[in-house]
Design a protein around this ligand. Structure first.
Ligand code: PEP
Length: 256
């Protein structure tokens, strides 16, 4: 059975006080209410990782992730953060290829392939995001876009390395817009991604890969989305900033 996972991406939100309070609420609610084996990951801004990691020591269910990293191991890159630093404060995951990084910071598939290598070399797990824009969906060739993001960003890995990757399908038109992909639209792409993994590696690798859906996911639509056979959880933006909503989304997997 492949891993079920719900990750919250706080983006550039929460200061020290509000971030610590939000995380503490999430820890308590997860402890009291989450019954299954689903993994919970919180990805705050870098600056909070160290503090939240101390708080997370009390929880066996909640781990931490970064929202980005630099591709180099270390060096003269003012303002950047290395994977070794992220690892040293206790985070396990790094989000890579979020559409906001691709759009606002010009991150290309080639750069993301390098970042993926650095994340894996440091023993962390990438949450690797792919997804089409509205224009690409409307043009009808969105599956080709997804295939090319996989090919150029992540399929250079060997099967053992790929086994450490969590994928996130995030249609760009659904991120932060309130527009959610229908369960059928999301399932179509998730099944396609799994088929591409099987073609690149093998059926077992495809079957074991955790593929998250992201894009205006909330406590109301999560259960229908997560009931789809190829959707293994969610990457949650806006709703991860409210402890009640985030934990309710996580609880979709209770009893499954
Ligand atoms: C995201 O940024 O990864 C995301 C899915 O955002 P939202 O849930 O707000 O659409």
């Amino acid at each position: 059975m492949r891993k079920k996972l719900v990750a919250g991406n706080w983006k550039m939100n929460q200061d020290y006080t509000s971030g610590t309070a939000l995380f503490s609420e999430i820890l308590t609610m997860v402890q009291d209410e989450v019954l299954g084996n689903q993994e919970v990951v919180v990805c705050p801004p870098y600056i909070h990782l160290s503090t939240l990691s101390q708080l997370a020591k009390t929880s066996s269910k909640v781990s931490l992730g970064a929202q980005n990293c630099h591709q180099a191991e270390a060096g003269a890159y003012t303002g950047e953060v290395s994977v070794a630093m992220i690892q040293s404060v206790g985070a396990k995951y790094v989000i890579l290829g979020h559409s906001e990084r691709r759009q606002y910071f010009g991150e290309t598939d080639a750069l993301l392939a390098e970042k993926t290598n650095t994340v894996l070399a440091n023993g962390l797990n990438p949450i690797f995001c792919i997804g089409e824009t509205l224009q690409e969906r409307e043009s009808g060739n969105f599956l080709e876009i997804i295939a090319s993001q996989l090919k150029n960003g992540i399929f250079h890995l060997n099967a053992d390395q790929f086994a450490e990757v969590v994928l996130a399908y995030e249609p760009v038109w659904a991120i932060g817009t309130g527009l959610t992909a229908t369960p059928e639209q999301a399932q179509e792409v998730h099944a396609f991604i799994r088929q591409e993994i099987a073609r690149q590696y093998n059926a077992a690798t495809a079957d074991n890969c955790t593929i998250l859906y992201g894009g205006s996911c909330n406590p109301k639509n999560a259960s229908e989305l997560f009931a789809q056979p190829d959707i293994d959880g969610g990457l949650i933006g806006g709703a991860s900033l409210k402890s009640r909503d985030f934990v309710d989304i996580v609880k979709t997997f209770n009893g499954r």
